[in-house]
Ligand binder design. Structure first.
Ligand code: GDP
Ligand code: MG
Length: 598
């Protein structure tokens, strides 16, 4: 396709504003799928995505469109993941496009995630076409939303397209706007191959499929290519595109978006943002903006039933086939037995993996408290070490200082909930950087320690604002913090799975809370059980579980042997769900409940 007949665009939107619905509608209108095939949302192809309404893996679709000028255009629609945890993947998808449709819900207006994506889009010099969606809703206020787009984002919104992705209003206008307003890509077919690895995923039939955007040169079957960052070479065995069904092509040229396969077995061999070039005739300069993604939130995953360890291992391996951004390594906890220490891009990413393990692989799991990565500056010239697991914290005498990751968060909140949100940020050691009133809403800019956010910050924010607050963040580096390791001891023994790094001022409150919860959840034993929270050797909170007075079987008044037996058997059953800790049995629920904050 000649360059001036190609348009590459993405859709940016806050969650639930209608991105997927609009994408489906564009595919349907340009003839990619029949009405029957459209009955399911096509771009969200995983169950969890559908239920949670989020897009995890980017997908791209090639649309053929004959415009009002009679010319045939190729429109490449790039779907981007819609959550802060996947910000880097979003940035690469945006870098592969020349423009974007900015979808804003006519009844909700501009929200935090919209803004974050728009600013990124502007950074990539995108032409942005505002689309005010859901104008079919009675609560739609398109004029007010236009004003918000101009005031909050600073984009002209006079020629925003009014649309309803659901009922099909404005779809033709959107297609025309894409052709007229979004610039054609540039590129040189005679220059050495330069292409961006936009995304990759594992397909059981094709192996690893790589989504590419060609900048210069071309890609063909049989070509030897090189991944410049990874330093590996591969032989291309397929070139094609999605309409959204797979179509094999002879080649991909400048400005085009499509896929290749090259006998690659694991997505971990492909890094999003890498530059693909010709192995024999390479380009001299790789593409800018490459970043190695690193997990930022870590937690332990343990099977409730120790016999499930191998199954868990196998399942994690399968999930990683398709998601190189999460990591896992075997871990042994005295309280929870054998399990894995896993790393994630963020809390949502953690939840997705957890949910897939329980749903798709039928695993019953215990998750330890999520932790961020701390930098420990050691004494005695030991340098600096990364701490992923609070249980691994070295002796305090060896630590000079501890640095923790900080984020900058943008929060949008209707002003009636402002007080509660300010208090929450304050409680979480937030530093207010800015507060702006826009219409009936407030835009807050806060710096917060990431460790205060990985506990239930997002859930708390949603609940105190009745779901109206929106939240977006990015990391801004490490800062020294007055942090301590708090341990929980049951009957004098440290329960490693409950160790956590907390700010010194928060330690006592959190320690007391943990002790109380454990007290309520650990059954009485034949002896008294002290539960203590401690920092170093110093106890900061304490509860005691009283001793059981009598043998439970005494209730059976001796006579009925079979009843007695049944009771004992029942207790044995219950024991399976317990973790024996020293001489104390701790029920599974105790760990889960103790770790849940709020
Ligand atoms: P995404 O999270 O941005 O991909 O949003 P979806 O496309 O999944 O849409 C979120 C919800 O809004 C779904 O229930 C859609 O059916 C609904 N929706 C999308 N577009 C419209 C529209 O134009 N009008 C109405 N009334 N609902 C819509
Ligand atoms: Mg969606």
């Amino acid at each position: 396709t000649p360059l001036d007949h190609i348009r590459n665009f993405s859709i940016i939107a806050h969650i639930d504003h209608g991105k997927s619905t609009l994408a489906d509608r564009l595919i349907q209108t340009t003839g990619g799928l029949t009405a029957r095939e459209m009955s399911e949302q096509v771009l969200d192809n995983m169950d969890i995505e559908k239920e949670r309404g989020i897009t995890i893996k980017a997908q791209t679709v090639r649309l053929d469109y004959t415009a009002k000028d009679g010319q045939k255009y190729v429109l490449n629609l790039m779907d981007t993941p819609g959550h802060v945890d996947f910000a880097y993947e979003v940035s690469r998808s945006l870098a592969a496009c020349e423009g974007a449709l900015l979808v804003v819900d006519a009844s909700q207006g501009v929200e935090a995630q919209t803004l974050a994506n728009v600013y990124q889009s502007i950074e990539y010099d995108h032409e942005i076409v505002p689309v005010i969606n859901k104008i079919d809703l009675p609560a739609a206020e398109p004029e007010k939303v236009k004003q918000e787009i101009e005031e909050i984002i600073g984009l002209p919104a006079d020629d925003a397209v009014l649309a309803s992705a659901k009922s099909g209003i404005g779809i033709d206008d959107i297609l025309e706007a894409l052709v007229k307003r979004i610039p054609a890509p540039k590129g040189d077919i005679n220059a050495p191959l330069k292409a961006m690895l936009v995304d990759s995923w594992y397909d059981p039939y094709l192996g690893v499929v790589i989504l590419v955007r060609i900048i210069d040169g071309s890609l063909k079957k049989g070509q030897q290519i090189r991944f410049m960052q990874a330093g590996t070479t591969h032989l291309i065995d397929r070139v094609g595109c999605f309409r959204p069904k797979i179509e094999i092509l002879d080649s991909l040229g400048p400005g085009e978006i499509g896929f290749i396969t090259a006998q690659i077995k694991e997505v971990s061999q492909t890094a999003v943002g890498d530059t693909i070039t010709d192995a024999k005739n390479p380009t001299s300069t790789p593409l800018p903006g490459f970043k190695q993604v690193q997990p930022v939130v870590f937690c332990g995953l343990f099977p409730v039933d120790a016999a499930d360890f191998d199954k868990l291992k196998e399942s994690l391996g399968k999930l990683r086939l398709n998601d190189a951004s999460f990591s896992f390594e075997a871990e042994n906890s005295a309280a929870l037995g054998f399990g894995f220490r896993c790393g994630f891009l963020g809390l949502l990413h953690l939840e997705i993996i957890q949910e897939r393990l329980s749903r798709e692989y039928d695993l019953d799991l215990i998750t330890t408290a999520p932790s961020v990565v701390y930098h420990l500056n050691m004494t005695h010239g030991e340098g600096s070490i990364d701490l992923h697991n609070p249980a691994d914290m070295p002796d305090v005498t060896r630590i000079d200082s501890i640095d923790e990751p900080w984020i900058e968060a943008t929060i949008y909140v209707p002003d009636q909930y402002l007080g509660a949100v300010l208090k929450l940020c304050q409680d979480r050691r937030g530093i207010q950087k800015d507060m702006t009133y826009v219409g009936g809403r407030v835009q807050l800019l806060y710096e917060l320690p990431l460790n205060e956010v990985v506990f239930d910050f997002y859930d708390r924010l949603k609940s105190i604002s009745r779901g109206y607050a929106s939240f977006d963040y990015h990391q801004i580096g490490y800062r020294e913090g007055d942090l301590v390791k708090m341990t929980i001891m049951v009957n004098g023994e440290v329960v490693d799975a409950l160790s956590m790094i907390v700010h010194r001022h928060a330690a006592e409150g959190r320690g007391r809370q943990m002790c109380q919860r454990m007290k309520d959840l650990i059954p009485r034993h034949l002896f008294k059980i002290p539960i203590q929270a401690a920092i170093g050797g110093k106890v900061i909170a304490r509860e005691t579980i009283g001793a059981m007075r009598k043998d439970v079987t005494a209730k059976c008044y001796g006579g009925d042997i079979s009843r007695k037996k049944k009771l004992l058997e029942k207790q044995k059953e219950g024991k399976k769900r317990m973790r024996q800790y020293g001489s104390v049995d701790i029920p599974q629920e105790a760990f889960i409940a103790a770790l849940r904050m709020g």
